[in-house]
Design a protein around this ligand. Structure first.
Ligand code: THG
Length: 368
């Protein structure tokens, strides 16, 4: 397949770090929340290896924030998610499915509780801000909703702890998974969370002061030389192996949270009010007819630009939504929506790829 350039414009927003990652050798972009998101720095396999061994700095400014502030902020955030936030604490992050009135997925953000009446919703690739504004207007909520100037730098990989300690001191190591706090860099406070879209450990720096943020970006590379720091980005191989799901790729507004494996974030039995609650109760009592599963294919190369049909004998039983070659498994692995009763580990399946019959097996997520 031929590759094409992406035409840049104001609508396709750059980030404060774009000029830096371009000097550092970004080789592919994707578009996420109407913004450039780096997708590769050369070989995905080499970057995956490096991410598992050392430390990478990622420009993930495209993980945009929707700020909700005001008297009814907590009510609005709770209305949008099926996860019970009634006992949520300031200084914590919460992975929250956002659900519409039909019980279908709208987004799967990380929600940060900044204050009792102030939240950031760190969104995946869909326009949550308009959903939030519509709901707030319809319910006559007293809230202010906007996209703040926040551009996240992620520091990911096993050596991220050593690198962050060099810059912010020992106390950064006290941060618990999905906790956040404020840390000083040359006189500027930055919100830092222990989180990130990899399972290799790390931090996310929510940069509000852009000029301090770009200084910090450069410092991470300066101080990380002996740790073999490299520029990177969310890695397709690592995230599929780890079972980190991607809105728009693995699931979208046609899927419900049970089908996506999000049941532990669905609290239909608590007395909180949220959109789609009755629908989700109905779905749960009927039981789901399909589920996101892993698949391992007898194939050494596959890149996906649309769903691919999955068969068992002559019957279509699902669709493959993401895939990559995994050096760990020495096969193509992928994430697929598979129908009952075929969504069980070791079910054999096949796909037609380039007019060839390719066989594979269903497995549980995560792969690793
Ligand atoms: N970080 C921030 N914002 C984001 C993402 C991120 N917005 C877009 C996208 N990623 C949202 N999707 C996810 C998906 C998974 C996780 C975070 C964001 C994640 N999951 C952990 C897991 O599955 O193990 C922990 C979930 C939990 O608390 O149980 O980290 O990456 N800022």
């Amino acid at each position: 397949m031929k590759n094409y350039l992406i035409a840049k414009s104001r609508r396709l927003r750059s980030t404060p770090y774009t000029s830096r990652i371009e000097k550092q050798g970004v080789t592919a972009y994707t578009v996420y929340n109407h913004m450039l998101l780096p997708a590769a720095f050369g070989s995905l396999e080499e970057s995956c290896d490096h991410l598992k061994k050392d430390v990478q700095v990622w420009d993930v400014a495209a993980e945009r924030q929707v700020e909700i502030v005001g008297k009814d902020a907590a009510k609005l955030v709770q209305l949008m998610t099926c996860r019970d936030l009634s006992k949520s604490k300031i200084g914590r992050c919460y992975y929250c499915p956002i659900i519409d009135e039909n019980g279908k997925m709208v987004n799967d953000p990380v929600v940060l509780k900044l204050d009792e009446n102030r939240f950031w919703i760190s969104i995946a690739d869909s326009d949550v801000i308009f959903f939030a504004k519509g709901l707030a207007h319809g319910h006559k909520f007293d809230v202010n909703i906007f996209e703040p100037n926040v551009d996240i730098i992620a520091v990911q990989g096993p050596k991220s702890f050593a690198l962050m300690e060099k810059i912010f001191g020992k106390k950064i190591l006290d941060l618990k998974f999905f906790g956040f706090d404020f840390y000083d860099f040359q006189g500027t406070k930055h919100l830092i969370a222990r989180s990130g879209w990899s399972k290799q450990g790390g931090f996310e720096i929510y940069v509000e002061n852009t000029s301090s943020g770009v200084e910090l970006y450069d410092q991470l590379f300066e101080k990380g030389k002996d740790l073999n720091v490299k520029a990177g980005c969310p890695n397709l191989i690592e995230r599929i192996e780890s079972g980190l799901l991607s809105y728009g790729n693995d699931f979208d507004n046609n899927d419900n949270p049970y089908e996506c494996g999000f049941e532990k974030y669905v609290n239909i039995d608590s007395d909180i009010e949220f959109l789609g609650k009755e629908k989700l109760k109905e779905i749960k009592s009927k039981g789901i007819e399909r589920k996101l599963m892993g698949v391992i294919l007898d194939l050494e190369k596959l890149s996906i630009t649309k769903s691919l049909d999955i068969y068992e004998n002559e019957k279509k039983i699902g669709d493959l939504r993401s895939a990559c070659f995994s050096p760990h498994f020495e096969k193509v692995i992928g994430i697929a929506m598979i129908s009952e009763p075929f969504c069980k580990a070791s079910q054999t399946v096949y796909l037609n790829i380039d007019d060839k019959k390719v066989s594979g097996k269903v497995c549980d997520l995560p792969f690793i």
